[in-house]
Write a protein that binds this ligand. Structure first.
Ligand SMILES: [Zn+2]
Length: 322
């Protein structure tokens, strides 16, 4: 019985979600991202389930989500957002039918990786392009998304996990490749506070070196699937605006774990039933868990969070250094 339970837990985790799996298609990318593109969405989406900077922790080792979860209907047809050559068709988690990739290299050198396509549905045109290098055009039917066996927050979660690879194998934010969505919901700042040893503390008084955190969330066409904002910035004591990060790509981009536990503070969660996002305002790739030593007395921070289409929220927090 115990073994059975263990096996069930293990298989749930294996199937749970997608950690980044690099495939041979990644090495073919040479595109340089310079400005927002306007490709059509691969289908009429229901909502966004996760974005590139989403925090994922299904088994105690957190990672960045990297791709964009585009939620669709059951057996949703998927159409190529950009034309090009099919450069990979692969069962990238071998033996698990949920994890098939169709990858397309477009003319600008970006590799579009369509994950969770059902194998049986991959069209002859896509297979032919993979075999003989023939180009397919934008809007070509790729196949259907696979039936996702797990639900999240009480909802079915059939989705396409879309990744876009640029030069040096870096993933870039797929939102920046697509026609901007009609998203009018601004992100929300739930609270701002002090932190010691990378952990939020209560109250508005602190002694010595400390950091600041913000709890914030964004929603795209949905009420429950909380996402991290696109951009976080702040000003201390009405000084210069400092950018924490804007997610054109991830802070390192070399893999799916670098800096995740520095950018997000202790107390963050992200799985099928818990999403709570605490951001470290003092994060930078140079000083991942940077701290401040401010003069004694009162201070004020003004935090701004912004979504990908430019909706913003701002909130201030005051504290005393004693
Ligand atoms: Zn995903």
């Amino acid at each position: 019985m115990r073994y059975l339970l263990f096996f069930m837990l293990l298989s749930t985790h294996v199937m749970a979600h997608e950690k980044v799996v690099r495939t041979k298609a990644d090495k073919l990318a040479f595109g340089k991202f310079t400005e927002q593109k306007h490709h059509p969405w691969p289908f009429a989406l229901l909502s966004i389930g996760h974005n590139m900077q989403s925090y994922q922790d299904y088994s105690g080792s957190p990672y960045w989500h990297d791709g964009l979860d585009i939620r669709g209907q059951q057996e949703q047809s998927v159409f190529a957002a950009a034309g090009g050559k099919v450069v990979n068709i692969e069962n990238y988690i071998h033996g698990n039918e949920l994890y098939w990739e169709v990858a397309i290299l477009d003319e600008e050198g970006f590799v579009w990786k369509y994950h969770h396509i059902s194998k049986e549905s991959i069209t002859e045109e896509i297979k032919r392009s993979y075999q003989n290098g023939e180009k397919i055009s934008e809007g070509t039917l790729i196949g259907n998304i696979v039936q996702w066996p797990m639900s999240s927050f009480g909802e079915v979660y059939h989705h396409l996990h879309l990744l876009v690879v640029a030069e040096d194998g870096r993933y870039i934010n797929p939102f920046l490749m697509m026609e901007p969505l009609a998203d009018t919901q601004a992100p929300v700042i739930n609270r701002i506070g002090l932190a010691k040893n990378h952990k939020p503390i209560d109250g508005g008084q602190v002694a010595g070196e400390h950091a600041l955190f913000v709890e914030a969330s964004d929603l795209v066409m949905h009420k429950k699937f909380i996402l991290p904002p696109h951009k976080i910035s702040y000003r201390i004591d009405k000084g210069e605006e400092k950018l924490v990060w804007a997610f054109v790509n991830l802070p390192s981009g070399k893999n799916d774990i670098d800096f995740i536990e520095d950018f997000y503070m202790k107390g963050t969660c992200g799985d099928y039933s818990c999403r709570k996002l605490l951001f470290n305002l003092n994060f930078s790739p140079e000083k991942p868990r940077g701290v401040m030593s401010l003069p004694l007395g009162p201070h004020e921070v003004e935090v701004t969070v912004e979504d990908i289409v430019g909706n913003k929220a701002t909130k201030t927090f005051k504290w005393n250094v004693i």
